[in-house]
Design a protein around this ligand. Structure first.
Ligand code: SF4
Length: 235
């Protein structure tokens, strides 16, 4: 049997193995404190890392702390985070999120998520304005080392092209499907996520994927159907 004909779970494990060889394995270590990660991830929506960081540090420079950001004037806060996409939408989402955390926890602190089971932590986070499954899973995996699978645009695109998930699967459903096909250790999920992200930025790009230099090409449905057999499913 050719690699691209494997069952989705076998293919997912093979993809993980091939990307582990192609990219450096990383340790799962918290890169920033929990509140920083939450708000930065909200800022990062449709925004590159450099512009997200610029917005984050400009915001804290101008408003000093979370209390200051929560009470900032709308236009002034929108101006501080203007390097991100949709600052006008992000201002109320961030301020409302800060308000809810302060009201419920008495301080700007979400350390309590550490002790919650995954489902409860996901429920709590996705009730915050502007926090969907992607932001919640990124925070829970990167900071709290919970076994969840963040699916961003790169993970989603490559998973569909290779054939780990079906063409009609939504990004929200892909979180669960990929999670159940991968090893459950958070460090494995983390490496799969980061490697897929790198692969999507460097090789399996949205336009003109570089299939000839891709370590997944023997496994990939898109490559086998479109590049080798010339089948265009859209035709
Ligand atoms: S073979 Fe092409 S489409 Fe498939 S994963 Fe690699 S770059 Fe993407």
């Amino acid at each position: 049997m050719d690699a691209h004909e494997l069952l989705p779970q076998e293919k997912t494990l093979l993809t993980h193995e091939l990307l582990n060889k192609a990219y450096k394995r990383l340790k799962l270590e918290k890169r920033r404190d929990h509140m920083h990660e939450l708000i930065s991830t909200m800022l990062s929506h449709r925004t590159n890392h450099k512009d997200e960081e610029k917005a984050f540090y400009t915001m804290l420079e101008r408003f000093v702390d979370w209390e200051g950001v929560m009470n900032a004037d709308f236009d002034e806060l929108a101006d501080a985070i203007q390097t991100t996409r949709y600052p006008g939408q992000k201002v109320p989402q961030i301020q409302q999120t800060l308000r809810l955390i302060k009201e419920e926890r008495g301080e700007f602190n979400i350390d309590f998520l550490e002790d919650l089971p995954v489902e409860e932590a996901m429920d709590w986070l996705t009730k915050l304005p502007g926090v969907g499954p992607k932001t919640a899973t990124l925070l829970l995996l990167f900071n709290f080392y919970k076994p969840v699978m963040p699916v961003d645009t790169h993970v989603f695109r490559i998973s569909q092209r290779v054939g780990l998930i079906g063409a009609k699967v939504t990004a929200n459903k892909a979180h669960d499907l990929l999670l159940h096909m991968l090893p459950e250790e958070p460090v494995e999920l983390f490496n799969f996520h980061v490697h897929m992200l790198r692969h999507g930025q460097r090789v399996c790009t949205f336009f003109s994927p570089k299939c000839e230099e891709c370590v997944l090409h023997n496994t990939c449905n898109y490559y086998q159907d479109v590049r080798v057999k010339g089948i265009d499913k859209a035709a």
